[in-house]
Every structure is written in C-alpha cells, then in structure tokens.
Write a protein that binds this ligand. Structure first.
Ligand code: CMP
Length: 297
C-alpha cells in the first residue's frame, strides 16, 4: 500500500526553504495560485500577507521525502490525508490498471481525496527516483483558505480601481469579489456569441476584447475594443437574455464573471451600468472610419 512519508529533518527543510523562496513558480500555479503574487495585500483579518509570508506558510506545512523508482506513493482506494508536490523525477497516474498520465516536477497530486473527502481516486507510482514534498490535510486546507482570502483581496482592490465601481460601498465590493469567477481566454476565443442566450456579465481584468455585431442587426460595432476595467455582456442581463453582439479575445484575456442575480443585486443600479451606450456616435464614427480604410486598402 502507499508509503508513509518520514518525519522531516531540519536540514533539508532549511535548504529547501531557500530554494523554493527563490523560485516560488516551481509550484503548480493551478493548485497554489497565489504563491507568485507580487504585492502585499490586507486580508479580512487585516493581517499583512505577501509572497514571503505565503511561501513560509506553505513551507511550514511541507515535509520533504525521497522515494526510489517503482515505489507506490498513493494507492487507489486508500484513505488519504496527504497532498504532494513533486520536486524531482516523474510519477505515473493509473486507474484500475489503466494509465491516465505522467506527472513531472513542480506539479501537485493527491489533492482530490482531500478536496472531496473521498478515497484515493487513482494510484501514483514513481517512474524514477523522486523527491517530493508532502503537505498534510490541515496544511493544505490552510493554504487553500489563505489563497482564497488573498484572491478576494486582489479582486476587491481591482474592482475599487474600476472607475464605474468607485461609488460602490466596501461591503458591496466585497460581496462582488465573493461571487466573481475568473475565466481565461486565448487569442480569437469567442467569449460571447451574438444570438446566444446568456446570463453572465464580464469585467476585463487582463487583456483586450473585440466586439463584433452582425450588421443586419442595424448597429455595427466592428473595430471596437475594450480593455482592462471595461465590462461587457450586461445588455443580456437587463432585458432580453439574447446576446446582442459577439465578443472575442485579442491575445490572452482574463475576465471576472458575474452571474445575473449578483449583477442585478449588486451593480444593476449603477448609473454607469444603466447609461452604457454601446452604439455611441463615437463608436459609429470609429466603425465608419475602419470601413473607409478597409475599402481603400
Ligand atoms: P487523489 O485522488 O487524492 O490521489 C490520486 C491522485 O491522482 C489524485 O488525487 C490526483 O492528484 C491524481 N489524478 C487522478 N486522476 C487524474 C487524472 N485524470 N489526471 C491527472 N491526475 C489525476
């Protein structure tokens, strides 16, 4: 069955503490999203957290261990209370004897049993000699909770910097930060398709999007781009739930998504939201200008 990780000795932990502090990105960003953030933030309890504090918190929960090629790290069906970060070597993930994938350095595994309070969903075996770091259930949950608080603080700071939301009271900003879902898009991805039904509104937190409207709809927004701090998708939440234009990503884009109910309760009453004019004269002029230049080129 699965190995028990030995108790940590001080020495390797001290050495590793320096190594990981210097290179926090070695941890899997999809699992430990906030180990690489760069500025200090205040959490709800007003304590300062930052890169060093966060990394030290993680380090305090981690025990280093080495295993030989062929060792079983996790056995499918076992009870599990440890999450692992692989530092060196490769492991293989199998389920009922079938290979699912191989995992390399910097990746996290063994998180599912802790997140979902279930037995191990797969077997993980060392393909080579490996070095890995074990995090116990409580440590993992502390990390998850802290990263959640930090995310919340980052969202609140960002929302406060958006001109349209500056009149919102702190408690509303905080509630908005609670309900936001972060989504990522690559160049050319459709975020919204004209004619589709939709019940979400998007705030751009990174990158740019292009709005395109079928000209048969009578209003052409070709060429209009929106960037950080702008929002879109609110039209469908105000009346008909059909999208009035398509929105595509220009390069990598990150959006914060708000659902219909939260939109209505938290920001639906804002003047900026109600008065937004997507088909303004300026936009029409820009579009006419774009048409003119494309016709002469
Ligand atoms: P857990 O169920 O705790 O233990 C086995 C681990 O294998 C699991 O957590 C995941 O970390 C990993 N795992 C399970 N299924 C997959 C999969 N389809 N792809 C990658 N990793 C997986």
């Amino acid at each position: 069955s699965a190995v028990q990780t030995p108790a940590a000795s001080d020495e390797p932990q001290r050495i590793k503490r320096q190594a990981i502090s210097a290179e926090p990105s070695a941890l899997d960003p999809s699992q430990l999203t906030d180990v690489t953030f760069t500025s200090y933030h205040k959490t709800k309890d007003q304590s300062l957290v930052g890169p060093c504090v966060q990394i030290l918190t993680i380090m305090d929960c981690m025990r280093p261990t080495s295993l030989a090629k062929g060792c079983c790290v996790i056995q499918e069906g076992d009870d599990g209370s440890t999450v692992y970060v692989l530092e060196e070597g490769m492991v293989e993930v199998t389920k009922q004897g079938r290979k699912l994938c191989s995992i390399g350095p910097g990746k996290v595994f063994g998180e599912l049993a802790i997140l979902y309070n279930c037995t191990r969903t797969a077997t993980v075996t060392a393909l080579t000699d490996i070095r890995l770091w074990a995090i116990d259930r409580q440590g993992f949950q502390t990390i998850m909770m802290r990263t959640g608080l930090i995310k919340h603080s980052q969202y609140t700071d960002f929302l406060r910097s958006v001109p349209s939301f500056q009149s919102l009271p702190e408690d509303v900003l905080s509630k908005l930060a609670d309900v936001l879902e972060e989504t990522h898009y690559s160049d050319g991805d459709y975020i919204i398709r004209q004619g589709a039904t939709g019940d979400t509104c998007f705030i751009i937190s990174e990158g740019q999007v292009r709005i395109q409207q079928d000209s048969s709809a009578g209003c052409d927004l070709r060429g209009q781009t929106l960037s950080k701090g702008d929002w879109f998708g609110e039209q469908a939440l105000k009346g008909e739930d059909v999208r009035t234009a398509s929105v595509t990503a220009v390069g990598d884009v990150t959006c914060l998504v708000i659902d219909r109910e939260s939109f209505k309760h938290l920001i639906g009453g804002l003047d900026d939201v109600n008065n937004k004019q997507p088909d303004s004269d300026e936009v029409k002029a820009k579009s006419a200008e774009a048409d003119f230049f494309s016709s002469v080129s």
